[in-house]
Every structure is written in structure tokens, then in C-alpha cells.
Design a protein around this ligand. Structure first.
Ligand code: NPW
Ligand code: ADP
Ligand code: K
Length: 505
């Protein structure tokens, strides 16, 4: 699913009006009907409704909803904020229709002073102050109104997006001036800011309402952001050849696990095997030999000369892909071996965990990274790598994207909606995965999966897309059977077979 920017959403709106064809007022009515339907499904007509409408089309939607609810027997009070005496055409038309319908309990147009109504816990507030047209943070009277609503006991339903939240960049927005909705009914598609962890507190429950905007525009318009769905992944997965043999299914090398961190290499290795690599070799320090042999008998063991850490780069000629980093530690000997390993590697590379941390403390080495390398940082690792200090998720995402462009690398920033930042500046978000996966070792599993896919011959973007999707899907299937609370990283590996099966259906 493409995630258009607010500018593109306006173009899409206009294109639909011109080409469907549908008049803009009828498109607004379509949106208002969908919103009204959702509200009526949740609250009976004994619920007092208070509608707050702004001067633009978000306000127009809200006034149409006020009329439709009143028509269906709800007690509706509506406030239209028209402080500059300037309404959008469709907002003005819906004001007229609302007044003419006469079913409304109270309609107030606010131009100067606003006497806020009493909001009881059983009241539902419909927020149509600002939607995708908000172009700067709220200030003054509107900010005060948001604060008033946030401190009220009423339930809030936001139309399209909670007022005060901007569709993309909220880096310099003020949290107290953004409405906290209980339910957000967003039109046609999620907005970029809805994918960010730090904005979840504003959204409440989020529903996407299909208002049938032009499929032609949606299909033909290039878009920087998209959410990967099952069909996108099915489209790039290759069937396993009947005549496949272990020599044709890729030989993966993992360099992982220092003494005390054998678990990370075990998880990555098992995941790599379960993701269908023909052969997996794991390079780890001598002291981990027995535990590795016993834990993953299917893998080939390669011992580092050192007892407890990775110290010697290896020849990658026999391998089709290398994953390096899980549980590696950040000893200086390991750091030097890592950069030597990166320099001499001839196969596709996945860099994770401690390998990323080592690069963060030796930034000059980043210039030596080959093109098309894959880095899989979690947010803290990305912050160390890119030197981000802000807690703003959008800013971090932009840093990750800039870094991907500068290095011509694939940066997979992990989390809910993991974001794959591509060298061309585009960003693909993953749609699978759940909070049960917030458990140590989940990332090691992802590294193993992506390394396997690279070894099998997928190019870097496909390996990342399929890898993060299957990883999340395995987590979802595991959570369905086991619940989220007790999920551990090993469960993700155990459910990878079912995730593959689901994609073969
Ligand atoms: N997508 C679709 O196809 C469909 C979309 N629809 C609906 O349209 C909505 C978008 O409508 P919209 O473009 O009229 O913008 P909206 O959010 O109402 O605000 C614009 C007004 O706000 C003002 N303003 C901006 N920032 C401000 C600030 N900080 N503080 C104060 N004022 C500020 C701005 O003023 P200006 O910047 O122009 O001076 C202008 O007056 C969308 O969210 C959805 O609900 C549906 O009807 C049907 C199909
Ligand atoms: N709430 C969540 N929703 C979806 N996926 C999640 C969630 N929490 C964690 N994950 C996934 O689990 C993995 C965690 O990786 P990471 O933080 O590197 O773990 P570790 O370092 O312990 O192996 C990532 O792939 C991430 O996307
Ligand atoms: K709104």
C-alpha cells in the first residue's frame, strides 16, 4: 500500500474529482457517510455528540457528519471555528446544509469568543478541526482548545487525523497541542506520521476507511513510502526448484557469538537454516565449539583461533552471503577483524548488532563499506551510527534514509513497522510483527533469515523485504498459538516453516 504525502493526497483528491468523475461535495459526502457509519456502529443514538469543525475540508467532513448523525436521531451540537471569516467551498456548503436540515440541537459559529461546552464522560466529541491540510503546529486558541479537549472526560473521534498532528514531519510539534483521540478514522490510507511509535498516543484505535479515491492515480503515481503487504512479497518470492540440491540453495556464512553470547549465534544459525539456505557455516570462538555443535548439528562449525572472540577475518570465496554481528562483542581485536573482514569480503553482506556498534565507534571506517551492504540497526544502534540525538521517530527515520542514500546501502531500521531505507531514498515499511517479538534475540533471528535469502540468490532489497515480512509473519503465527507475553526468539524460528507455508498457499 502506497503512503502518499499530504501534497499527493490533495492531488489524489483532485484527480478523483476530475476523472471519476465525482463532484468534490459528493466525495465529501461519501467520506462523511463512511465516518458516520463507523460512529453509529460504536455508539447508540442516546450518546450526546459534540462536533468541532475547522475552516477547511476537515471541518466540511465534520459538519456533514453532524447532519447525518442528527438525521439518524442523535442529539448533536456543532461548533464551527471560522475566526478568519474564510471557509473552504465545501465547508461553507455543508454549513448551509446543516443549518437547513433543522435536526441539529445546537449550531454555533465561533468567530471571536468561544464558550466551551461542558463535556461529560458519555459525550462523544467529533474532531474535524484540521486534517491533512494542517501545515504547521497549532498555536493560540486552537492549541488551547486541544488542551481543553485533552483534559475533558469525553471520548474523541478524529476525522482523518487527530487535529494538531501533521501528516509527515512532527519534529518541531508540541505534544500538548496535539489532540489525543480515542478513535481515529483515517480516509483512504494511513498517513506517514501514523507509522511512528511516538505518535501512537494521539491515534487511539486507528481505522482506515476506503473512500474509493482513484485507483488509476494510486497505481500510476510514484511514491516515496509504502507498506509492504502479502501480495508484494508473494510477487518477489521464487518457487523452490524441484531439482534443487544443497549446492544450489546457497552457502551462508555467519560470524557471530563471543564467549557468553553463543545464544546469538545459535539463533541466527538456526534461523538461517530454517530460511532455506542449502548450507550454513558458522564462525565462532573456540570455546563455543561444543555448544554450537550440540545446538545446531545441521550447521558446519568453523573455529576462530581465539578462545573467546572473533579475531581473524576469513576468506568468503566459498560463500554466497555473510551475516556478521550478533553477539560478536566490541573488543578492539574484534573491531579490527571486522573491518578487515568487510574489506576482504566478496559476497553480499548483512551487518547487525555489535558489528554496527563497532562501526559507530569507528565512523571513519564507514567510508569503506561496499555498496549494497545491508545494515539492520534497532533505533538505539541507528542513533549511535548516525549520531542522532532526538527522540523523534520521524527525524531518526530521515537520518536512516539519508545514510542509506549516502552509503548506497540498505538500512533496515527495526521496530513495529520496520522501515527498509533504500539507496534511492524510498522507504518500505513492514506490515507484519507484533509486540511479543520485543524479546532478546529476535533481531539475531532476522539476521539469520536475511543472510539465508541473500545466499539463496535474492538481491539485497528482495532479501530484506522477504526477510522482514517472514520474520514478522512467523512472530504473528507464533503469537496466535502462544500469545505475545511468553513469546521468545526461538519461537519465531519454530514458526518460520508455517510462515513459508502461508506464503506458498
Ligand atoms: N483526501 C481526500 O481525498 C479527501 C479529504 N477530505 C477531507 O479534507 C481534509 C483536508 O482538507 P483541507 O485541505 O481543506 O485541509 P484542513 O485539514 O481542513 O485544514 C485546512 C485549513 O487549516 C488552515 N491551517 C493549516 N494549518 C493551520 C494552523 N497551524 N493553524 C491554523 N490554521 C491552519 C488552513 O489555512 P491556510 O494554511 O490555508 O491559511 C486551512 O484553512 C482531509 O483531512 C479530509 O478530512 C474529504 O472531505 C474528502 C476526500
Ligand atoms: N512491537 C513490535 N512489533 C513488531 N516487531 C517487533 C516489535 N518489537 C520487536 N520487533 C522485531 O523484533 C526484532 C528485534 O530486534 P533487536 O532489537 O535487534 O533484538 P535483539 O538485539 O535482541 O536480537 C526486530 O526485527 C523488530 O522489528
Ligand atoms: K481532525
Amino acid at each position: 500500500m502506497k503512503i502518499f504525502t499530504s501534497t499527493q493526497i490533495h492531488e489524489l483528491d483532485k484527480y478523483t474529482i476530475d476523472h471519476e468523475p465525482v463532484s468534490s461535495i459528493n466525495l465529501m459526502e461519501r467520506a462523511a457517510k463512511a465516518i458516520t457509519h463507523c460512529i453509529e456502529a460504536e455508539w447508540s443514538n442516546r450518546t450526546p455528540i459534540v462536533v468541532f469543525a475547522g475552516p477547511g475540508n476537515n471541518g466540511g467532513d465534520a459538519l456533514a457528519v453532524a447532519r447525518l448523525l442528527a438525521d439518524d436521531g442523535y442529539q448533536v451540537s456543532a461548533f464551527l471555528f471560522n475566526i478568519h471569516n474564510k471557509l473552504s467551498n465545501d465547508c461553507a456548503l455543508n454549513k448551509k446544509r446543516l443549518i437547513e436540515s433543522k435536526r441539529i440541537k445546537q449550531f454555533t459559529e465561533v468567530s471571536v469568543n468561544f464558550e466551551p461546552p461542558t463535556l461529560t464522560p458519555d459525550t462523544v466529541v467529533v474532531d474535524g478541526l484540521f486534517g491533512s491540510g494542517l501545515n504547521k503546529p497549532l498555536t493560540g486558541g486552537f492549541a488551547a482548545m486541544v488542551k481543553y479537549l485533552n483534559s475533558s472526560p469525553a471520548k474523541v473521534v478524529s476525522i482523518d487525523i487527530p487535529s494538531g498532528l501533521i501528516c509527515e514531519d512532527n519534529t518541531y510539534n508540541i505534544s500538548a497541542n496535539i489532540l489525543k483521540a480515542d478513535l481515529t478514522l483515517t480516509l483512504q490510507q494511513k498517513k506517514l506520521s501514523m507509522l511512528m511509535a511516538d505518535n501512537q498516543k494521539y491515534l487511539g484505535r486507528l481505522k482506515v476507511l476506503d473512500i474509493r479515491l482513484s485507483p488509476e492515480y494510486i497505481q500510476n503515481t510514484d511514491c516515496r513510502y509504502r507498506i509492504l503487504e502479502e501480495n508484494d512479497i508473494r510477487g518477489i518470492m521464487q518457487p523452490r526448484d524441484d531439482f534443487a540440491h544443497k549446492g544450489s540453495m546457497g552457502h551462508a556464512l555467519l560470524i557471530a557469538g563471543s564467549y557468553g553470547m553463543a545464544g546469538a549465534s545459535i539463533l541466527a544459525t538456526k534461523a538461517c537454516l530454517r530460511a532455506g539456505a542449502g548450507k550454513v557455516t558458522v564462525h565462532s570462538p573456540k570455546r563455543n565449539y561444543d555448544i554450537m555443535q550440540i545446538s545446531v548439528p545441521e550447521a558446519i562449525q568453523q573455529m576462530d583461533p581465539e578462545e573467546t572472540l572473533f579475531s581473524h577475518p576469513v576468506d568468503t570465496e566459498p560463500y554466497n552471503a555473510l551475516g556478521i554481528g550478533p553477539g560478536l562483542g566490541s573488543n578492539e581485536t574484534t573491531a579490527i577483524a571486522l573491518i578487515a573482514q568487510i574489506r576482504r569480503s566478496t559476497c553480499p553482506l548483512v551487518i547487525d548488532a555489535d558489528a554496527i556498534n563497532i562501526l559507530s565507534s569507528h565512523r571513519a571506517w564507514m567510508q569503506q563499506l561496499p555498496k549494497d551492504i545491508i545494515l539492520t540497526p534497532h533505533p538505539k544502534e541507528l542513533d549511535r551510527l548516525a549520531g542522532t540525538t532526538s527522540s523523534c521517530c520521524y527525524e531518526r527515520l530521515m537520518k536512516a534514509s539519508e545514510l542509506a542514500e549516502r552509503l548506497q546501502a540498505y538500512i533496515l531500521l527495526k521496530g513495529h513497522y520496520s522501515a527498509l531505507c533504500l539507496p534511492n531514498g524510498h522507504i518500505d515499511f513492514n506490515s507484519t510483527g507484533n509486540s511479543g517479538m520485543a524479546t532478546a534475540g529476535s533481531g539475531d533471528v532476522l539476521t539469520g533469515i536475511i543472510t539465508a535469502l541473500l545466499a539463496r540468490g535474492y538481491d539485497a532489497p528482495s532479501a530484506c523485504r522477504i526477510g522482514m515480512y517472514l520474520h514478522g509473519l512467523a512472530g504473528d503465527l507464533a503469537a496466535k498459538d502462544l500469545g505475545k507475553e511468553s513469546l521468545i526468539a526461538g519461537d519465531i524460528i519454530n514458526y518460520l516453516p508455517k510462515a513459508f507455508l502461508r506464503m506458498e498457499d
